[in-house]
Design a protein. Structure first.
Length: 395
């Protein structure tokens, strides 16, 4: 038993002291409101992500009729599936995400980044709404071949759909998620029909026409896979850009270090460290399939765990001076991208777009600084900022 209160809505500003206490005093703790065993230490989180005695079990929301649009997107999502379904879908979806293809996107991502930065007023702008929230959406929409004029609602739809992943949500949030899922699916059905007849050089066309040993994606699988890629393609990257820039602006010496380093290795290390330091995704769930021991307790089939990625990434047992931002940290075994069979499919793309975003912000400014205190989004699961007011003095 522990007297540590785990109330997600009160962990929005600074969850780290609570995480530290959990790791110390209650590394496995029962959370009554959600029916989850919370797991706080890096060793356990990393191990359980890889352990096949646990896995994802999608529990459709009830009543089924009301939640049908939301359930459709999730019950065929590879994020929610286990082998053999997961293996099959992941193979089909992973094809276009080869490191070579992703590396080939660099030039285009630089162009998109510069287009966005050309539009801001450097003497004062909101980094989130005018830059960080736009770049990853543009990148993933372009990769999937969503025409420009249809991109506007992508982020609001996604925000509403994933709001059901929060540990606490109300009926209004649920209805907004259902409506967004229905509208998103209608748009995707149209796009899929178009790409069936007129394939382009984009990822959606590749998925529509994917054929691995005579196997293809069904309509439901196509819609769910496209929705997953489009949503996962920006939800976390947006917040890493925001969290990362704020972490640097609040530590001028680290910002200067990154400016001076200016080589690809230093930037790659910095991106990993920024993901570790203020992780954009706080918790992922698994269900126990076979008895498994965690911190001296045997969890039985059917019990569920909540793996606290943000806590694992600040564990002193795994990271020297875990609460310090060390841009050249190596090794850096953070679990920000997960681990095991669900390891983030988009990690190479995320790394690239975050690196380009930081590179271009630095290259285009002699000075970049906060002009007001940044404000957090009211979300535990998706840790990020709502507003980050900055100004830049052009280079
Ligand atoms: C910094 C940005 C990102 C972070 C921190 C992140 C993190 C994660 C994590 C932790 C998981 C595993 C969830 C679990 O184990 O249950 C995951 C899965 C996934 N991510 Fe990302 N992600 C990022 C960006 C992206 C991007 C840009 C894409 C683009 C397509 C993407 C696509 C996916 C997909 C498809 C999965 C499901 C993989 C599977 O279940 O096999 N992610 N991501």
């Amino acid at each position: 038993m522990t007297d540590i209160t785990f109330d997600p809505s009160r962990l929005v500003d600074d969850p780290y002291p609570t995480y530290a206490r959990l790791r110390d005093e209650a590394p496995l703790t029962w959370h009554d409101t959600t029916g989850l065993w919370l797991v706080a230490r890096h060793h356990d989180v990393d191990r359980l992500l890889r352990d096949r005695r646990l896995g994802r079990v999608f529990v459709p929301y009830e009543p089924r009729e009301r939640f049908a649009p939301w359930n459709l997107l999730n019950e065929h999502s590879l994020l929610e599936l286990e082998p053999p379904e997961h293996t099959r879908l992941r193979r089909l979806a992973a094809r276009p995400f080869t490191p070579r293809r992703i590396a080939g996107l660099r030039g285009r991502i630089v162009e998109l980044t510069d287009e966005l930065l050309d539009r801001v007023d450097p003497t004062g702008f909101d980094l989130m709404t005018e830059f960080a929230e736009l770049l990853p959406v543009e990148v993933i929409a372009e990769l999937l071949g969503v025409p420009r004029e249809l991109r506007g609602p992508l982020r609001p739809w996604s925000n509403r759909i994933v709001a059901l992943y929060e540990l606490d949500h109300d009926d209004r949030t649920a209805q907004a998620a259902i409506d967004a899922a229905a509208e998103f699916t209608a748009m995707l059905d149209e796009l899929i029909a178009w790409r069936r007849d007129a394939p382009g050089d984009d990822l959606l066309s590749a998925l529509v026409h994917a054929d691995v040993d005579g196997d293809a994606l069904s309509r439901d699988e196509l819609v769910a896979t496209a929705a997953l890629l489009l949503n996962a393609g920006h939800e976390a990257s947006v917040n890493v850009i925001g969290n990362g820039v704020v972490a640097l602006l609040e530590r001028r010496a680290r910002l200067a270090e990154l400016r001076d380093a200016a080589d690809a290795d230093a930037m790659a290390d910095a991106v990993e460290e920024l993901i570790r330091f203020d992780s954009p995704l706080s918790l992922f769930q698994r269900t126990v399939f076979e008895p498994v021991e965690v911190v001296g307790r045997v969890l039985e089939p059917g019990e569920r765990v909540g793996l606290l990625l943000g806590s694992a990434n600040r564990d002193e047992e795994a990271f020297d001076r875990a609460d310090t931002l060390k841009l050249r940290r190596s090794p850096n075994p953070h679990v920000g991208f997960g681990a095991g069979i669900h390891y983030c499919l988009g990690a190479p793309l995320a790394r690239l777009e975050i690196a380009v975003a930081l590179e271009r912000l630095l290259a285009r400014s002699d000075v970049i600084e906060l002009v007001d205190a940044p404000t957090r989004r009211a979300s535990f699961q998706f840790r990020g900022y709502r507003r980050v007011p900055v100004r830049m003095v052009a280079a």
